[in-house]
Design a protein around this ligand. Structure first.
Ligand code: UD1
Length: 431
């Protein structure tokens, strides 16, 4: 098992380049097999979840050619199997995007049913509602969800709750259905727009992505394309919060500042200075006393739930009492116990964290409970007095490319280790 060892207390400074958006890329990869022609995808982040998704696609017969670290060529002409194994779904829930893409292309798909996860129960009833509305028969048995249709016919679909996954899955199936589909109360996240743009570049007819009404006119077939994935706004936000927490000065490059408006707004409230450029954001937090504020997670353009733990870590260092309300997932404060071990003063009442800010964290040995909370604990370690050891970094590696290298490039004292001996060596060197 690997861990990050961190000697905290160094303000981060310099430039960091953000990779492609993991969550957009996962859906785009699933959609890439909807044509028999070859698709080239660029700006793919080199992270574990992406590699698992590529494995799932190869397993059903897609040809995957990794051109370089960030580029892949995919051909889905020879898919022999429309059944995606549990091995993949248990590693990444997003392999359920293959349900929408396979159903659209082959009118038949079978994927192991995803279970709950560390942040909540995560039902998929809205995905199913959408597939059924398009005329598919959906059956759940023996741990599998299968969707089959003689014909897929466009329909009017209202999503009772804003869901990124359901919106994308329905878009994919509807892109190759007969006639017109309207999705109401659709998710507006940047990666929904990116998937729609990708499918349109393959010949689909999808309008309105980025608003809450998406209109799709089905086409008979899709063609090959070359496409570059948008920058990862969650990775970008994570570095912005790391700059804030360490009282640093960081230029976060290769971003779309509009996608980061909620994050920027909250950092301004805490007293950070933010300078926006066309494709970069600079966060300056040197010599300031961070201030308390209130945050509620909401669907885009609200404050993202995937940035909630990182924000909480910053507020743990802000003068006064802050609150963070989690309105998307019911179980997303599990990391708070770990953060308390680093000296945080946080009470959780139902879905609200009440944070009494202190002026520092103290280094401790903690475990990453999931991807974003893991990144948040790293930020706490960077801001803490002394040495922190973050265990279970396999969660962090699911979604952050070269995390420790990028942080070290900003002056952080951080190393990836895999034995107690290596940890001791780091401690000796650092002290
Ligand atoms: C995606 C992101 C995840 C992010 C989340 C919310 C990917 C791979 N993952 O997850 O990182 O935290 O959006 O921004 O892109 N829900 C239902 N029924 C459904 C589907 C969802 O009740 O059929 C509920 C969920 O329990 C949750 C809410 O809707 O409370 C939002 O979930 P959703 O947007 O679907 O999240 P994911 O697409 O799974």
């Amino acid at each position: 098992m690997e861990q990050y060892v961190i000697k905290g207390g160094t303000p981060l400074s310099g430039n960091v380049d953000i990779s492609g958006a993991k969550n957009a890329a996962l859906a785009i990869l699933a959609a890439s097999i909807m044509t028999d022609e070859t698709v080239t995808i660029e700006n793919l982040p080199d992270v574990r979840d992406i590699n698992v998704m590529l494995g799932a696609m190869q397993d059903i017969g897609a040809i995957v050619d990794r051109v370089d670290k960030h580029t892949v060529r995919i051909n889905g002409a020879h898919i022999e199997d429309v059944a995606v194994d549990y091995e993949y779904i248990k590693k990444i829930r997003a392999s359920y995007y293959l349900l929408g893409s396979l159903l659209g292309k082959y009118r038949s798909a079978e994927v192991a049913l995803p279970g709950g996860c560390d942040i909540g129960s995560r039902p998929i009833d809205l995905h199913i509602k959408g597939f059924k509305a398009l005329g598919a028969q959906v059956d759940i048995s023996y741990g599998l969800i299968s969707a089959k249709a003689q014909r897929l016919v466009g329909n009017h679909i209202y999503l009772d709750k804003v869901s990124v996954g359901a919106t994308i899955n329905i878009i994919m199936a509807a892109a190759l259905a007969e006639g017109r589909t309207v999705i109401e109360n659709a998710a507006k996240e940047p990666h929904v727009v990116d998937v729609a743009n990708f499918l349109n570049s393959m010949g689909a007819n999808i309008r309105g992505a980025g608003t809450d009404v998406i209109r799709i006119v089905g086409v008979q077939m899709l063609h090959g394309t070359e496409y570059s994935v948008i920058p990862d706004q969650i990775e970008a936000g994570t570095f912005m919060f790391a700059a804030a927490a360490t009282h640093g000065d960081v230029m976060v490059r290769n971003v779309i500042p509009k996608h980061l408006e909620a994050t920027t707004a909250k950092l301004l409230e805490t007293g950070c200075e933010i300078i926006e450029y066309d494709d970069a954001i600079r966060v300056i937090s040197r010599n300031i006393q961070l201030r308390h504020t209130q945050v509620t997670t909401l669907p885009y353009p609200g404050f993202p739930t995937d940035m909630q733990p990182q924000m909480t870590v910053v507020l743990g260092l802000a003068a006064g009492t802050s609150t963070v309300t989690e309105s998307i997932f019911e179980n997303r404060f599990k990391y708070v116990d770990e953060l308390r071990r680093m000296g945080a003063n946080i009470q959780v009442e139902s879905n609200i964290a009440i944070i009494s800010g202190g002026d520092r964290y103290t280094g401790a040995r903690v475990s990453a409970p999931d991807l974003r909370a893991g990144a948040a604990l790293v930020i706490a370690g960077l801001a803490a007095d002394g040495i922190s050891i973050i265990e279970d970094i396999q969660y962090i590696q699911r979604g952050y490319e070269d995390f420790e290298e990028k942080l070290a490039g900003l002056g952080a004292i951080i190393e990836k280790t895999s034995t107690e001996r290596e940890i001791q060596k780091f401690v000796l060197k650092a002290s």
